[in-house]
Ligand binder design. Structure first.
Ligand code: GLU
Length: 287
């Protein structure tokens, strides 16, 4: 019997959601429905400094208002959620231990600021500079440590390794470790597991068969594939959605205070009409 489709909606409650999120989650829902599958809700609320309960609540209400729907409650194989990452840190810690024992990660004392200031290769992306090889410690640093806290822990990426995957919308994608990205964080000094680690652990634990998310996370997918491999887990398939842009061609983001779903709701917009708007369709021509 083939595996049942399981997708997820996984917002981070660091602000109110905007139309770009709604579109990605709408597509996730459509794809789950088309496969007669399950869609679960996961609140990615690990960063206590940036996440707020108010945003978590609003995300659910605003997405429901918009017409997004997901399954909740128990299912035969476990649960449909909703899940909160902040209640699942034991799982991330377990993954940290496996990676540490297998010498795939190391503690480092350099901050992101040090990295930004480094004159090293900035790679092929505009995200984070490549972590300088000279800053890597020897393999046995951290062996005796029982807990990650107090250090930034980085995943030691293989040198110049091609990471290939098929995106269900974009087709074949390829990135190269140490060229497109360098050693990346799996655990932060302040005790917070990174997005890259927590999302892999959860997608595997929740038996997610397809991850639908924005195209801005393509390079994260490449990083995450390295974590799947290092943990001996089978990756799901991936579908990256095009990003919604505003009148000036900039993509919508929480940081640039793009108009939120909450505001649209309060202003009396009709979600059915919004889904006919030009914003909704931007970049979707190829779907
Ligand atoms: N929580 C992430 C975000 O809101 C998305 C994670 C994902 O879909 O992998 O950007």
């Amino acid at each position: 019997m083939s595996q049942i489709y399981r997708g997820r909606i996984a917002p981070s409650p660091t602000g109110y959601l905007h139309l770009g999120h709604a579109r990605t989650f709408w597509i996730a829902m459509e794809r789950a429905k088309a496969e007669n599958g399950i869609l679960i809700f996961r609140d990615e609320d690990l960063d206590a400094q940036r996440c707020k309960a108010e945003y978590s609540e609003s995300a659910k209400d605003d997405l429901k208002w918009f017409g997004c729907d997901w399954q909740e409650g128990p299912d035969k194989g476990g649960a449909y959620g909703p899940y909160e990452q902040s209640k699942r840190t034991d799982l991330y810690l377990n993954a940290w231990k496996i990676l540490k024992e297998n010498k795939r990660i190391y503690p480092c004392t350099k901050s992101r600021k040090d990295l930004r200031k480094s004159k090293e290769n900035h790679g092929n992306n505009d995200q984070e500079p490549i972590y300088p090889e000279a800053w890597r410690p020897s393999h046995d640093v951290g062996d005796s440590m029982q807990f990650p806290n107090g250090y930034n822990w980085r995943f030691r990426v293989p040198d110049n390794k091609k990471i290939d995957f098929i995106d269900e919308r974009l087709g074949p994608c390829q990135f190269s470790s140490s060229i497109d990205f360098g050693d990346f964080l799996v655990w932060r000094k302040d005790g917070v597991p990174s997005y890259e680690l927590s999302v892999v652990v959860d997608d595997a634990a929740m038996n997610i068969t397809e991850v639908v998310r924005g195209e801005d996370l393509l390079i994260s997918t490449a990083r995450q594939l390295l974590i799947y491999k290092a943990l001996g887990l089978t990756p799901p398939q991936f579908y990256h959605t095009p990003l919604v842009v505003d009148d000036t061609g900039n993509r919508l983001s929480k940081r640039s205070h793009s108009v939120s779903l909450k505001e649209l709701k309060n202003q009396g917009y009709d979600p059915d009409r919004l889904r006919e708007s030009e914003y909704w369709w931007s970049g979707l021509e190829d779907l």
